[in-house]
Design a protein around this ligand. Structure first.
Ligand code: HEC
Length: 135
């Protein structure tokens, strides 16, 4: 399904490019992810110890194979995760549990692999970092 949409996006893009030199009316390419909004206030975040610790843990693990901060990769963008959940202790526990045990069915058909090598404490630290994004 995602691949199908991507394919449509590509066709629209190619169509838009190839019609550049003709007099045809150009349709804007509306299919595909919306452009990324302005970057987060990084200067403020980098001073936050929860941000720093979480970033180190994310970089050490395999998270970035499937996740990006700003855009969907295989998993959801961390900013989208941050926006979806209320930033409560209960949700930090809930999401840390999903990182440890794996998760599925919330963002689409692809499941997230479990991460038993992480401690609960580190997983919670990562969720705190994710919750700092998008502010
Ligand atoms: C193999 C790819 C993959 C890796 C590696 C991965 N994720 Fe995910 N992640 C996913 C997918 C796919 C989803 C969406 C699952 C769903 O729909 O419930 C997801 C969802 C999530 C969510 C949201 C869960 C929810 O229920 O809303 C969080 C938080 C998350 N990942 C954090 C992490 C962290 C932290 C790491 C590294 C320790 C990590 N992921 C590594 C693929 C991955």
């Amino acid at each position: 399904m995602k691949k199908y949409l991507l394919a449509i996006g590509l066709v629209v893009l190619i169509g838009a490019c190839s019609s550049n030199n003709s007099n045809e009316k150009k349709e804007p390419a509306t299919v595909g992810p919306a452009p990324v909004a302005a970057p987060a206030p990084v200067a403020d975040l980098t001073a936050n110890p929860d941000y720093k610790k979480g970033l180190v843990l994310v970089a050490k693990s395999d998270c970035l194979t499937c996740h990006k901060t700003d855009a969907k990769l295989i998993g959801p963008a961390y900013k989208d995760v941050s926006a979806k959940y209320e930033h409560t202790e209960a949700n930090i526990e809930l999401l840390a549990g999903k990182v440890l045990k794996g998760g599925s069915g919330v963002w689409g058909a692809i499941p997230m692999t479990p991460h038993p090598q992480l401690s609960l404490e580190d997983a919670k630290q990562i969720i705190k970092y994710i919750f700092l994004l998008n502010k």
